[in-house]
Write a protein that binds this ligand. Sequence first.
Ligand code: OVM
Length: 402
Amino acid sequence: MTAPLSTIDAPLSDADPFSYDILEDPLPFQAELRAAGPVVYLRKYDVYAMGRYDEVHAALTDWQTFQSAAGVGLSNFRYEKPWRPPSLLLEADPPHHDAPRAVLTKILGPREIRGLADAWAADAEELVEDLLAKGTEFDAVTDLAAAFPLRVFPDAVGIPKDGREHLLPYGDHVFNAFGPPNELVAKGAPRVAELSASIATKCARDVLTPDGFGAQIWAAADRGDITEAQAPLIIRSLLTAGVDTTVNGLAAVLYAFATNPDQWARLREDPALSRTAFDEAVRFESPVQTFFRTTARDIEIGGTVIPEGRKILMFLGSANRDPRRWENPDAFDLSRDPSGHVGFGFGIHQCVGQHVARLEAATILNALSKRIASIEISGPTRRHHNNTLRAWESLPVRVKLG
Ligand code: OVM
């Protein structure tokens, strides 16, 4: 399948973006990728890659040329059988994509989810009070960034209490599986059948509470907006894309504040900055680092012709740190306007859950900023490696109250 190198006119790279060293710290590789050109050929995987903002943004908004239905991971569904039934949202193109997307866009809209805000604020305050009652040192990942989404999101979807411990490991494996079949994927393989079966049971009509997102998706099937066969897969998307992403988004914003105390002071002065803070953290950290597309025609980018049917890896995290687009991109800065970042993607596939994620983040930040004068890192931090996610395993912090 590998094209002869003489036919590839893009700069070549021998780097492995899914290797231990680059997952530990992707920023130096991303700078090299952007410097090499608008499109680079990754020899190890026989794929193209884009690391600059303009080209990534343009590709995300051109779904006709950069298709998703052949999978948004390395595996090309034209030739390889997907390991699970493809997502009706993420791994689909118009027209099939559109009805599921329209249904979720409505259910997860900013006005539609406003009713969750008061209960979530009470939950966040209780979580923070219980945590501070135990002391002023804790792990910002397990005790906050994971604890809060796991406390509110499964209830909002309406799934049963049992089996919720499968959500994070299932998501972790799905996000690994977008990458190459390396040791991170092998590590997840023994539990795939068990985790997939557990997630599937949560998507059935009769196990869901009557008013959650899940029940609303089944109501859309009853109206005929989607089919009954589509409903459980759309619920599966919520459970797959809605947990690990928000956990790591919250971890990102907490880490950013712990390492930028001046910015925490600004948030305390102006709590309305919590929404900007979260989007700036999504830009800065880009919890979802990469997605592939597949070219639907020959396309020329910056003098390189990518033939039809080829995989191209879009580095969202790199685009979000591109100095061609962002002034001082490596600063976490609440005075910038982070809108336009591609951390939620862009175009027709842009994160449909982003309003839910923003509400979770603003809610927990508001609860924290009411009680906490300062946050600092109090011990060794540990990354969690994943082929797609920029993630944290542990962030020990010490807080001062006030
Ligand atoms: C899905 C899905 C899974 C992972 C990520 C995602 C970021 C969507 O199953 O639809 O979007």
